[in-house]
Design a protein around this ligand. Sequence first.
Ligand SMILES: [Zn+2]
Length: 336
Amino acid sequence: MKVVCTDAETQSHHAPAEEFGREGLVAYPEGPRRYDVIRGALQSVGSTDFVAVTNHDDGQLCAVHDADYVAFLQGAYTSWIAAGGVGDLAASVFSGADGRAPANTAAATGFYGFDTTPLTAGTWAATRAAADAALTAADQVAAGDSAYALCRPPGHHASRNRFGGYCYLNHAALAAQSLSATGTVAIVDVDYHHGNGTQQIFYERDDVFFVSLHADPEWEYPLFWGRVDETGARDGVGFTHNVPLPAGIDDASYLAQLASALQRVRAFNPRYLVVSAGFDIWRHDPLGTFALSADGIARVGVSLADLALPTVIVQEGGYDVDTLGDLVLAFLQPFS
Ligand SMILES: [Zn+2]
C-alpha cells in the first residue's frame, strides 16, 4: 500500500485557536499535532511506501465543488484582513439553505459556512494541499494499488458549496470523483460523524454508492443529515445508505452493523473503494461516545480490506491525539 502525506509545513499553518465546545470555549481539537503523530507513526514503520504528492489543477476541485465556493475559500481570509478584520474568520449569522452570497466577506462566511468552523491565514493552503494528497492517492489506486492519504484538515462535512465541521474541501469526494472517471466507486465513511458533505455531493448519482455508519444525528453533530430514510434522489435513489448508531456501541455490535452495510457494497460490486477513515469511533475520543477498542478498530480495517478492492483511505477525524498514530497503523495494517 502507498502512503501519501499532505505537506507538513503547509498543514502546520492551519491552527485555529479555539471553538465553542460542550463546556464553553475550548482548545480547537483539530490541530496540527494530529498530523505530526500520524506521520510519525507511519515513519516508525520502516516498510512504509511513501509516495510524493503531485499537483492537480483547480478543474478537479470544481468537478466536486461549485466554482464560486472554491473562489470564496481561496480568497476569504485575505479579503477579511484587507477589510480590517482581526484574527480568525468565523460566522455567527447563517443563511440556512437559501439566500445569496453577500459581497461582504464576513457576511459571505455565514453563507458558505454552516457552522462556526473558522477560516485562518493557513486554511486554504492546508485543504488545497490535502486535496492534492487525496487526488495523488486516487491516481495510485487507478493504477492498481491501494493508498492512504494523510489529509489535514478533514473533509467529509464539506459539501458542494458549504464548509463546516472542521472541513473545507471534501478530499474523499475528490478522490471518488477522480476514480469515477474509470469505474464505479463505493465510499464507506466510518468516521464517528455522518459524512453529510460527501452524501450531498453524490446524492443524485448511481455510479458512486455512499455508505455511512455514524452516531445518530438525532443528538449528535452534524444533526441535520444522516437519517435512515436519506437514500438518494433522482438517479441516485438507493445509492445512499445511512446507519445511525447509539452511544456506547461496542466492537461486536459495530462490526455486525458494518458487515451488514458491506453486504450492500458487495451487491453494488464497485470497481473502487474510498474509505473516509475517522478514528473518533475510538472509546476514549474526546468528541465521541462509542466504545470501540483498538482491536475493534483494527477489525474495521480488516472488514474493509476483505472487500479486496483497489482502495483509497482518506484521513478524516480522530481527536485522542496521543493514541491516533497507533490507531491509524492498526487500521491500515490489513491493506499492506
Ligand atoms: Zn468525526
